[in-house]
Design a binder for this molecule. Structure first.
Ligand SMILES: [Zn+2]
Length: 340
């Protein structure tokens, strides 16, 4: 473990270590910075926290929990010379934007571009229990209604059953000012597979399970890395909490719709059409309503946390939305030295 330099000093010193070509910082420095102390958390994990926030992780693994919501790190946590280390990329692109979403720094968000996946001749995932393109569209229309009631402008990439290319979907978002982009999909897998997962673009210089090669060039979507993860966190955690679905985590990918988009963007997978129980649920009006409410409230939480835009929610039968606590300050030098 060789220290390769220091991030900006005040108020705390962050040594950076290069291990097998990846830069890391000590987790002890991270905990000190956030004022976290050791606590009992998930079984089998090392947990730290303060107030109502608990972070859990374990050596040699990429799963990482914040308040019991699952994230997949770009690099495993490692143990070197008795110190636990986390990569600077994960620190910059995941941990800090999640713990301090306000610093993700979106401009004002007035508009949501909703993108129900597939359509027309492209049915997406199909099973005897559900057809993806129909679930995506039904969910999208319900999210639109709720967002409009909450005061957002909504642009649908499709509001009927027709086909458009991935490039056309991205172009709609890229020409819409002050927007975020939410692509809505449902999954396929074995009959047993179930749950919700949310994808954001893999940070520059990392691999992703869906694109094993490391990308070294900048992708347009990487300019919003912090916003992407903050948006994913708000929508995903709210959906898991309210639906009780299996938490498949916030994951990284290089799907085409995420690579070239110039707006904060996520791809949300609302459940498995191939699971008999979940397939029936995601086709039902009642569950779609609940999921639409989760997505809408997640988006509201994101816009509040990152833009400090007070949202007056109209009561829709389930009470008000609790937004996270806000924090100020920034990690010394971390952003400035972060590789994009
Ligand atoms: Zn799909």
């Amino acid at each position: 473990m060789v220290p390769v330099g220091e991030l900006r000093a005040a108020p705390s010193k962050w040594d950076v270590f290069s291990v097998r070509g990846v830069d890391y910082v000590r987790l002890n420095d991270v905990w000190n910075f956030y004022g976290f102390t050791k606590r009992v958390g998930r079984s089998g994990f090392i947990s730290y926290g303060a107030g109502d926030r608990t972070v859990s992780l374990r050596p040699s693994r990429q799963d990482f929990y914040v308040n019991n919501y699952r994230y997949i790190l770009s690099y495993p946590v490692i143990l070197e010379d008795g110190s636990l280390l986390i990569s600077t990329i994960d620190m910059n692109k995941l941990v800090d934007p999640v713990l301090r979403p306000r610093l993700a720094g979106s401009g004002k968000i007035t508009t949501v571009v909703l993108d129900p996946g597939h359509g027309g001749h492209d049915a997406g995932a199909v099973s005897p229990f559900a057809r993806e393109k129909d679930c995506n569209l039904a969910l999208g229309l319900k999210v639109r209604r709720r967002l409009e009631s909450a005061g957002f402008k909504v642009v649908m990439t499709r509001d009927k059953d027709f086909f458009l290319t991935l490039g056309e979907r991205v172009a709609i978002a890229n020409r819409t000012p002050n927007c975020i982009f939410v692509s809505l999909h449902h999954n396929s897998g074995s009959r047993a597979a179930s749950g919700i997962e949310t994808f954001t673009l893999a940070p520059h210089g990392t691999t992703s399970p869906f694109a094993r090669t490391r990308r070294t060039e900048d992708l347009a979507g990487n300019n919003q890395d912090s916003e992407n993860i903050a948006l994913a966190t708000a929508v995903h955690s709210h959906s898991i909490k309210k639906t009780g679905a299996v938490d498949r985590g916030i994951q990284r990918a290089r799907f085409s719709v995420l690579c070239t988009i110039k707006r904060p963007a996520i791809l949300f997978e609302g459940g498995f059409v191939t699971n008999p129980q979940e397939g029936a649920k995601i086709s039902s009006d009642r569950y779609q309503d609940m999921l639409a409410q989760c997505i809408c409230e997640g988006i509201m939480r994101y816009t509040y946390n990152t833009c400090n835009r007070p949202i007056t929610q109209r009561r829709s039968g389930s009470g008000s939305v609790r937004v996270g606590s806000l924090h100020s300050g920034s990690i010394p030098g971390m952003r400035a030295t972060s590789p994009r």
